[in-house]
Design a protein around this ligand. Structure first.
Ligand code: FUL
Length: 488
């Protein structure tokens, strides 16, 4: 049994970090591990979506494809306002709908007339993609593009010619605007539309129509460090719903070849696959309003800070990334209420996770591994420094012993995911009258698990790791009391 107190922790912190780097190789990684870029992507935790196009002016969610570009006229558009709000709200990246299903392009694409070139905005000389990219760079946000594969405007949609057009647009977007960090391939595909005046229904066979492999290759050729999002990854995948909820059990591994983009098994995407042979980060998309595009009739239905917090626990707190949509209105601005609720959400989350009670405890472990895997590693924010047990150990416990009773209702757990995702069962107990009483039972952890429980008062807490597919390794544990504003 190893016992450590706070003073000891502070004095040997630096040495331990060095050790953990040196000794990292001694832990056998899982067969499936994330790329460095995927780990960095996951660390962003919360990112934002900007849905903006002709729909904003027609009050629709899906444009038919016959919209007159002249209706698109955002008089006060300010991409810096979007970026500033995102930054202040803690979002690390913004993704813009450069072209939604209606086919209208927010940049002056040389491949179509159905674009910003033919609208009153800046007398046809505007380029909202450019404004967006510049604003993101100014506010140090990563940049993502959504380019709808389905195009209800294009007359050739459904033929090989359209796929060529789509690839040309991708090439244009990924060449003209410098480094792009994410490309978002929507699964929604096929159905009725304008299609150059044909006004008919066109179905495509989603498995083969786009030849996704060749599209992914093209994307990586143009932007080698970009993250590709789709139902099937390869880097980031859809979580299977648009509520922003990952499965209660969620593995970052899955078999991408079991997923058909546009025709996927939502449950499979929602929980991942513990035996999956590909690492694909889960991403939970959700809008701050009922719709993805702005509708004035939804002004009273903006998600409250508390609703956003609930979504945060069900996305980031379940090992996924939260992608929150903030749709600009007809002026081209994000509404005050949306911004206010986002900022309040962030300040409440910051307050909840500000004071880690675990730092005040004496911590003991049933087991630890020699050479840099001590329990003190679970107290810093560095994912690469972690506590691990011997290879032969199948379950392990950590006990947090406080001088006096503490109150808590939130627990944060993280695995060093660069070695793979391992834990599949853990539990939390409090000590009462010298007996242990279970207060929570959980499954997966992955990059991050946030546990919400009713308020517990205890002077001793035990966290047990009961099942894992490889050596137990934990990179961070935090014990917190939620801000009182979480539940208003
Ligand atoms: C869906 C689309 O059909 C919605 O309009 C929205 O863009 C959402 C993020 O993805 O598939």
């Amino acid at each position: 049994m190893l016992i450590m107190n706070k003073t000891l922790f502070l004095t040997i912190c630096i040495i331990s970090n060095l050790n953990s780097i040196v000794a990292d190789n001694l832990i056998f990684p899982n067969k499936v591990i994330p790329s460095k870029l995927q780990v960095e992507y996951q660390k962003m935790e919360t990112i934002g979506f900007i849905h903006f196009t002709v729909n904003t002016f027609t009050d629709r969610e899906w444009g038919y494809g016959n919209e007159d570009p002249k209706i698109f006229n955002p008089k006060k558009l300010d991409a810096k306002q979007w970026a500033r709000i995102a930054k202040d709200g803690g979002l690390k990246e913004l993704i813009l709908t450069t072209k939604h299903h209606d086919g209208f392009c927010l940049w002056p694409s040389k491949y179509t007339e159905h674009s910003i070139k033919f609208c009153p905005y800046k007398n046809g000389n505007g380029d909202i993609v450019r404004e967006f990219v510049d604003a993101c760079r100014e506010y140090d946000l990563k940049i993502g593009f959504y380019l709808s594969p389905w195009d209800r405007n294009h007359k050739k949609y459904g033929t090989r010619d359209y796929v060529e057009y789509y690839k040309n647009q991708l090439e244009e977007l990924l060449s003209l605007y410098g480094r792009i960090d994410e490309i978002w391939f929507d699964g929604a595909n096929g159905g009725d539309g304008f299609y150059g005046g044909a006004n008919e229904t066109r179905e495509i066979y989603s498995k083969t129509y786009y030849d996704w492999d060749s599209i992914f290759k093209l994307v990586k050729k143009l932007q080698p460090e970009i993250m590709i999002f789709s139902d099937a990854g390869p880097d980031v995948h859809w979580i299977g719903n648009e509520n922003g909820h990952a499965g209660e059990t969620f593995w970052s591994t899955m078999d991408t070849d079991k997923v058909i983009i546009g025709n996927s098994d939502a449950d499979y995407l929602n929980r991942g696959d513990k035996d999956g042979k590909n690492w694909v980060v889960g991403q939970c998309d959700v809008s701050i309003r009922p719709g993805w595009f702005y509708h004035s009739k939804e002004d009273n239905f903006v998600k409250t800070p508390q609703e956003l917090i609930d979504t945060y626990y069900k996305s980031v707190g379940r090992n996924a990334v939260l992608l929150l949509n903030l749709p600009p209105n007809n002026d081209g601005l994000i509404c005050d209420k949306d911004a206010k609720n986002l900022l309040k959400f962030k300040s409440i989350i910051d307050e909840t996770f500000e004071n880690n009670l675990a730092l005040e405890a004496d911590i003991s472990a049933t087991n630890y591994r020699e050479n840099g895997f001590d329990i003190r590693n679970i107290l810093n924010d560095n994912l690469d420094s972690f506590w691990a047990v011997g290879d032969e150990v199948k379950s392990a416990e950590l006990v947090f012993d406080f001088d006096q009773e503490v109150e808590f209702d939130r627990i944060l757990l993280q695995e060093p995911i660069h070695l793979g995702q391992r834990i599949s069962k853990f539990c939390v107990e409090k000590q009462k009258n010298l007996k242990w009483e279970r207060v929570y039972e959980g499954t997966t952890i992955g990059y991050k698990r946030l546990v919400r429980i009713p308020l517990v008062k205890a002077s001793k807490i035990k966290i047990s790791f009961l099942e894992a597919n490889n050596t137990i390794a934990i990179s961070k544990i935090g014990i917190f009391k939620a801000s009182k504003d979480e539940n208003i």
